[in-house]
Design a protein around this ligand. Sequence first.
Ligand code: ATP
Length: 440
Amino acid sequence: MDPGEPLSILLANIILPWNTGIVIGLVVMLLLLFCSALISGSEVAFFSISPQDKEKLEEDEGRNSARVLELLQRPKTLLATILIGNNLVNVAIVILSSFLMSMMFDFGESVAVAFLVQVVVVTLIILIVGEIAPKVYASKQGLTLSRFMSAPIVVMMRLFSPLAKLLVQGTRKIDERARENEGDNQITADELSHALELTTDDETQEDEKRILSGIVKFGSTEARQVMTPRVDVTSIDVDTNFASLGNHILDKGYSRIPIFKESFDEVVGVLFVKDLLPHLGAEADFKWQDLIRQPHFVTENKKLDDLLREFQEKRNHLAVVVDEYGGSSGIITLEDIIEEIVGEITDEFDDDELIYSKLDDKNYVFEGKTALIDMYRVLDIEGEDFEKAKGDSDSIAGFILELTGKIPLKNERVKFDNYLFTIEAADKRRVKRIKVTILD
Ligand code: ATP
């Protein structure tokens, strides 16, 4: 071809006169493209059927729905059939298209142009019309398409049966290997928790997401992170006389009171307030100590899921948390565990006093004893940096003591990451109130 020739003359030279054969060929090619689209669409349609869709199919009495369910019972053969069918059709399209091209166009010496048209154009058409578009459609209308394609696929399955069997046999080894490795593929709590974060941000799902991530996380949360620390526990000396017992109990209104001998480090039992009810009018020297139940001790690093199981088995609601030296660090109850899953529970006797106040989006004030994990929840953060940096501390005050190495003074500021902690109230022994500012 001469590059100086006008385009119309060029085209006139290239395009050959059409005949009936070409028209029939084009119609067949369109039909094949349509088949390719249906078959590759059904690959996505069948394999994206969810358990809910299966329920719908089971409820539907139509023949097509029953056929879809039957096909899904042999997923490997189904996939092999679809792949064989799709590839055969695509190969037919390629052969027919190159045949038609040679009948329709005369590229003469221009091998490059002929190659470009035949390979690039035909590949693009197969990809867009025969693969991508139908798969996108099938991902939205999987059920409709799989019902529509169920009968043709049954026919294809019969036609390609020997070939499909060969393919399934051929991939058996790979399948067995994959199954052996399945043990290593267990999803970790971390992966689950990230997966939850990636789920849609729908308003209605917020609560479900919070509960699900609570369940995922509570398996790795330890007792000491959520216990009520010993300084806040209402406990009673076993030598207290019955007359003054009432005042101690009424003071805070707890249903279960740890009973200690000499100091809280030696808890000898737990008094259930309801056990006292039949003896309300008893004499002052009534031996209430006989009502004490055996204490249940757990270590500080006990995981909450194990503890929940223990509580269920022993039908117990309260455990005394002990440290590595055998001293008591605090108590943990069933409610503390459940709160990790469902969030704060306030029962009739819990005081509503806020453990934090929000000044604005960037500033919060917490009590020093607030657990770090409660602070993460309020600030809506994962707290990974805190968890990495912290030592044994579980409360905000403990964390600040670790950072500073001393009890900080009022108005002292401590920066960690992009958080600024300002001590609002402290005495010689405790950090009482802390302002947390989120820095930009
Ligand atoms: P119940 O709801 O069964 O009557 P309760 O209200 O006394 O019991 P829980 O609901 O088990 O107590 O726990 C509520 C919160 O109170 C938990 O955070 C728990 O750690 C704390 N708690 C329970 N008993 C005591 C106690 N004797 N001293 C201090 N804190 C306690």
